[in-house]
Design a protein around this ligand. Structure first.
Ligand code: 5GP
Ligand code: MN
Length: 335
């Protein structure tokens, strides 16, 4: 993988470009893709954003979101666009397998593949150019860096700003994680100087849900949360029946894993949801417990040091049983 800077001199030459991100894109993945889209569009490129799967409806406020192609829904159309593309930007994921049903297609493409990501252990051999930096707060911060470092900061307009800011806010836990380093605050100051109206973005991100989601959270915290004080760990296991009862859609469970972290002394929070095709895990830790290694070792996953995810083909009861076993094995690290 050659350094990202090597594409800077080629930015002004119009091409066909596809931007994609990890499956079930969150605010960082969608914000980075659309921020880059609105930047590249200004050079006269023909740009399409393709998401491997659907996304939370509360992301639809993002400028350009309505034009994003859902690969699962429009495979033929998306494949045709991918076949023609000169450049493929891969944002906020570290290996092509993370785009699920789109992975085989992306692997087969002969176009130039460019990675911009902040997860650990990137599959660098799968990309021609790129940057992978785990010190970055968010992929949105990295898109901002690309724009500024390429010498085109003047192209940061209101739409680019809103998209980038949304991802930075989301991935830094509203600036509370250690990843919100000084450069992140400089970035925000710069976006503000360029006219960003940040209250609007916060409202769109956090005050934009339906009643059922709040009732669901209440139910889950009351009935599905187990606290293991001897391991400083909280587990939430959500059966499919809860998702059906409360009409839970993609994205409605986002942020749920953060609530137990407000309990004094908790080091690890694990959330598992019984989805149709698999049991999907989310892990969050504080301090020196490495969620990335934990997810890789026991739950076929990965991610960041303090936030990771994984999966299991076992039943909910089985995978929960395994979790309870492995926290015992990790007792020393959790104390
Ligand atoms: P979340 O819990 O919000 O789904 O994911 C937390 C972090 O871990 C995100 O940065 C996400 O990209 C990453 N992640 C989630 N699931 C997986 C997985 O199955 N494999 C890998 N490698 N990373 C994951
Ligand atoms: Mn991210």
């Amino acid at each position: 993988m050659k350094p990202l800077e090597e594409i800077f001199s080629q930015l002004t030459q119009p091409r066909k470009i596809v931007i994609t991100m990890h499956q079930k894109p969150d605010a960082d993945a969608m914000g980075a893709a659309l921020g880059l889209y609105h930047f590249l569009f200004q050079f006269g490129h023909s740009v399409t954003v393709i998401s491997p799967t659907n996304w939370a409806s509360w992301l639809n406020w993002m400028p350009g979101c309505k034009n994003v192609v859902d690969y699962d829904m429009h495979k033929e159309k998306a494949d045709a666009i991918l076949d023609e593309t000169d450049w493929l930007f891969c944002l906020d994921f570290n290996a092509l397998y993370r785009v699920k049903n789109m992975a085989t297609k992306l692997v087969s493409l002969k176009c130039t593949k460019i990675l911009i990501d902040h997860h650990q252990q990137p599959a660098e051999n799968e990309f021609d150019y790129g940057i992978s930096d785990t010190n970055k707060s968010s992929t949105c911060e990295m898109v901002y860096d690309l724009i500024v470092n390429s010498g085109y900061a003047d192209k940061i307009n209101e739409t680019v700003s809103e998209c980038i800011y949304a991802g930075v806010v989301a991935d830094t836990g509203s600036f509370r994680f250690s990843s919100a380093h000084a450069g992140v605050h400089h970035l925000v100051a710069d976006l503000k100087k360029r006219g960003l109206e940040h209250p609007r973005v916060h409202e769109e991100l956090f005050d934009n849900f339906l009643e059922n989601r709040l009732r669901f959270i209440g139910h889950v915290l009351l009935h599905r949360m187990e606290v293991f004080y001897e391991y400083n760990t909280v587990l939430i296991a959500i059966p499919k029946s809860d998702l059906l009862k409360y009409h839970i859609k993609t994205g409605d469970t986002e942020g749920l894993v953060n609530y137990p972290q407000t309990i004094q002394g908790i080091k690890l929070v694990a959330l598992v949801i019984d989805r149709d095709e698999e049991r999907k895990w989310s892990f969050r830790s504080k301090g020196n417990f490495d969620c990335n290694t934990f997810a890789r070792k026991y739950f076929e996953g990965g991610g960041h040091f303090n936030a990771s995810g994984g999966r299991s083909s076992d039943s909910l009861a089985e995978t929960v049983k395994k979790f309870k076993q492995v926290i015992k094995e990790n007792a020393e690290l959790l104390n």
